[in-house]
Design a protein around this ligand. Structure first.
Ligand code: ADP
Ligand code: MG
Length: 276
């Protein structure tokens, strides 16, 4: 078990990519579980109406469950909707419900519509006794008001990239959106991390895509790559992350290594800044 030093500051990371099926939700829940395994307190915010992150963490999200919809639309306190995952005391989740599908439209007419999540999250972090070390936000695959709320609430963007053909398609649009958010809504937002997912070491294409992404983003891409693995894809049907479902599998090992990297890179950056 790797022990890691946490900064004591809450890092808010939104996991985003306008392409669907690239491993956003899978990375959110497995990184969250891996970070919790490393001793970090983690809050997952499920901002996708599909609710797949809530499902994978075994979090109740039936239509009548208090959810992130109530936080965004009716200004419920975040503390009132957060549930703890059966996997770990350190792993909590703000669930999504089916109602969130309507929020995209309902938000349009609301005051401070882009800042709703940020305000709720700041209040939560300021008042809760056990502050999360990490908040991971699972975004839907579109640039609507839900994703804009995530970008406005976050300090960092983590982009999962699937090691397949067309991997880089849409990436420049995503980076353009991040710049637009930086300019108008959230100056501190930055793309801190790129995670290569569904890597198949047997194909030359995966290697080529990985090389190309590393050439473009030498300091953002994690050294760890997530392999394509059946254990990763079957874990959610048991309401588990792969960390709990099969902790020795290659996917679980990779997600734990990625989590340690995410913690340690930030520590390295912080000590550099401090002139240490
Ligand atoms: P997104 O949230 O970006 O739409 P998902 O995380 O839901 O993407 O992943 C899309 C599909 O790919 C899911 O069926 C998931 O189980 C599968 N998947 C994700 N990562 C892996 C992996 N490392 N190995 C195998 N299957 C994966
Ligand atoms: Mg998803």
């Amino acid at each position: 078990q790797t022990t890691v030093q946490l900064t004591g500051r809450t890092r808010v990371i939104t996991v985003s990519n306008q392409k669907g099926g690239v491993g956003k939700t899978t990375s959110v829940v497995n990184l969250a579980a891996a970070l919790a395994t490393a001793g970090a307190r983690v809050l997952v915010i499920d901002l996708d109406p599909q609710g797949n992150a809530s499902t994978a963490l075994s979090i109740t999200h039936t239509a009548d469950t208090p959810s992130i919809y109530d936080v965004l639309i009716d200004e419920f306190p975040m503390a009132d909707i957060i549930q703890t995952s059966p996997e770990s005391e350190l792993l909590t989740c703000a669930p999504s419900t089916i109602h969130l599908a309507g929020a995209e439209i309902e938000l349009v007419s609301q005051v401070a519509r882009e800042h709703r999540l940020r305000t709720a999250l700041e209040t939560y972090v300021d008042t809760v006794e056990d502050k999360p070390d990490f908040v991971l936000i699972d975004c839907p695959p579109s640039l609507g008001l839900l994703t804009i709320n995530a970008f406005t609430a976050a300090d960092e963007v983590l982009i999962p990239i699937q090691c397949e053909y067309y991997a880089l398609e849409g990436l420049s649009q995503l980076l353009g959106n991040v710049r637009m958010i930086q300019k108008h809504l959230n100056q501190k937002l930055r793309v801190s991390t790129i995670l290569l997912t569904m890597y198949d070491a047997r194909t030359r294409l995966a290697q080529q895509v990985a090389d190309e992404v590393r050439a473009h983003f030498p300091s953002e891409v994690l050294t760890t790559v997530i392999p394509r693995s059946v254990r990763v894809s079957e874990a959610p049907s048991f309401g588990q992350t792969v960390i709990a479902y099969d902790g020795q599998s290659a996917g679980a090992v990779a997600y734990r290594e990625a989590a340690v990297e995410i913690i340690q890179r930030e520590n390295a950056a912080a000590s550099k800044e401090g002139g240490a």
